[in-house]
Design a protein around this ligand. Structure first.
Ligand code: 2BA
Length: 109
């Protein structure tokens, strides 16, 4: 068994969860926060048989879009008086960040 950990944008999460559920995958949805943007994203835990991993990844690819987001970063060098002025930085986020890990043991008790 494998555990697919998928970090997706909040906007894509509802459709993705619906689609995975329709395809009989079991999911745990966690509210998470990206370290860089410090804004919300969604982490899905999906436990599946090894043969199903590619299908899950295909569904994620189909439904998760890449988007540009703007964040602010302090200017690299302080202005006169030691003040750092925030300036906008554009980053490309997603579609999705996916990790696939081996599951040593799976039990429901
Ligand atoms: P964030 O950490 O908020 O990152 C959002 C986007 O900012 C990233 O998109 C990337 O385009 C950019 N970014 C991140 N760190 C950067 C840096 N040090 N310098 C410049 N730009 C940077 P994605 O790569 O699509 O990542 C989306 C979210 O997936 C991340 O949100 C984070 O929550 C998660 N993630 C990505 N890679 C990860 C990893 N190796 N381990 C754990 N979580 C990861």
């Amino acid at each position: 068994m494998k555990l697919v950990i998928a970090i997706v944008q909040d906007e894509d999460a509802p459709k993705l969860v619906d689609n995975l559920m329709k395809n009989n995958y079991r999911i745990t949805k966690l509210a998470s926060t990206g370290g860089f943007l410090k804004s919300g994203n969604t982490t899905l835990l999906i436990g599946v048989e090894k043969e199903k991993v590619d299908d899950v990844i295909e569904i994620i690819k189909k439904l998760c879009k890449s988007r540009k987001q703007v964040t602010t970063s302090p200017s690299p060098t302080p202005m006169t008086g030691g003040v750092y002025i925030p300036y906008p930085v554009e980053v490309q986020v997603g579609g999705a960040t996916i990790f696939v890990v081996d599951v040593d043991k799976f039990e429901k008790v």
